[in-house]
Design a binder for this molecule. Structure first.
Ligand code: LMR
Length: 347
């Protein structure tokens, strides 16, 4: 038995080492000219496993950001691409494509307005990925994630390139905020804590599971968990309010996407890793669902299911699922709206 375990272990290590030796991880950031994208690009230059970083934006100024990053005398080779004509080259050989292009949420903006504002850029990207590099992993942080990821998936299906294991929405921001709130409440470093956050990414669908707080030496009573849940659901809007309603979160978004990318790069290099993301998941009565997700060299390995929950968390989840279902349907149906407007031609 022991020998078998050793042999399984050695095989796994060999496989991992092999991947590590042969893989060069190329990452593309789409929307690198905006504040999230440029901060993310800076963070990713610190990741030694990324050998090439492509930064793309519609806006020519991304070339300036590219020059700045290239002057730093360490890190990956950075190449900048500006304008629609260069989008194919920007994503063609990437293992991981991170979509951060977006119209930022302003106060009073509805989810439908955000979907309408951001869908064309997502559509343009999905079309190019389908034609140039449908094996890449596509991670989207463009809001509203609950609708945009189903929209992008429906598009890929229309282009016959949909792979549910290679597309997700990045919801690491919710675990990052959750860990920081719990760390403050418990007076411990958030780095030491793990808390699953599930369901979706909007005020009515974020469901943190404080009852699963790890390590189990720490715990929060139900009153505290309830307060922190409310804080977490409002956290994005609070940032907007403090910025006079003009801009949503930037720095913590870049940081949390950076954490997601770090784990994805680990996975694409041959190691299993756990990310928090919103992906196809049939276990909760919806087609898409967010939560801790195991990823490996070929994308998603396991989506979350069956997590223990307190009574409060169960009732919160039961109230959130119908809202999430509605937002998923808006995204999937949005391709009909774009089809009617003639926006989905494949030429
Ligand atoms: C957030 O949670 O702060 C982000 O999703 C940004 C936004 O647009 O709300």
């Amino acid at each position: 038995m022991f020998r078998r375990l050793v042999s399984v272990f050695t095989t796994k290590c060999w496989v991992n080492t092999k991947y590590l030796q042969i893989r060069h991880i190329e990452v593309s950031i789409v929307g690198a000219g905006n504040r999230i994208g440029s901060n993310l690009a800076l963070l990713l230059t610190q990741n030694p496993k990324i050998t090439k970083l492509n930064i793309y934006d519609d806006d020519d100024r991304v070339r300036g950001i590219g020059l700045e990053l290239a002057y730093m005398s360490q890190g990956p080779k950075v190449v900048s691409y500006a304008g629609d004509n260069f989008l194919p080259a920007a994503v063609r050989y990437a293992n991981l494509i991170v979509m951060v292009a977006r119209t930022p949420r302003r106060s009073g903006m509805s989810r439908d307005q955000m979907l309408a504002a951001n869908a064309p850029a997502v559509q343009k990207l999905c079309k190019v990925i389908s034609e140039q590099n449908c094996d890449a992993f596509l991670a989207i942080s463009t809001n509203p994630i609950n609708s945009i990821v189903p929209f992008a998936s429906a598009l890929m299906l229309q282009y016959s390139t949909y792979n549910p294991f290679k597309i997700c929405g990045i919801t690491h921001i919710d675990t990052a905020r959750c860990r920081s709130f719990a760390g403050n409440a418990l007076n411990v470093s958030p780095r030491r804590l793990q808390i699953p956050v599930i369901c979706g990414h909007s005020e009515e669908t974020i469901v943190p599971l404080f009852s699963n707080l790890a390590p189990s030496t720490f715990s929060l009573d139900s009153c505290k968990s309830d307060t922190l849940t409310r804080l977490l659901r409002k956290a994005g809007t609070e940032v907007i309010n403090h910025k006079y309603g003009e801009e949503s979160a930037v720095l913590c978004m870049a940081w949390s996407i950076g954490e997601f990318v770090e784990r994805m790069v680990e996975a694409l290099s041959g190691y299993e890793s756990v990310v928090t993301c919103f992906s196809a998941n049939p276990h909760f009565g919806t087609r898409f669902f967010a939560g801790p997700t195991m990823v490996g060299p070929r994308g998603i390995i396991h989506v979350c299911g069956n997590l223990p929950m307190s009574e409060y968390e169960t009732s919160l989840l039961n109230r959130s699922i119908p809202v999430l279902n509605k937002e998923v349907c808006s995204g999937e149906n949005y391709i009909n709206i774009m089809n009617e407007a003639g926006g989905l031609k494949r030429t």
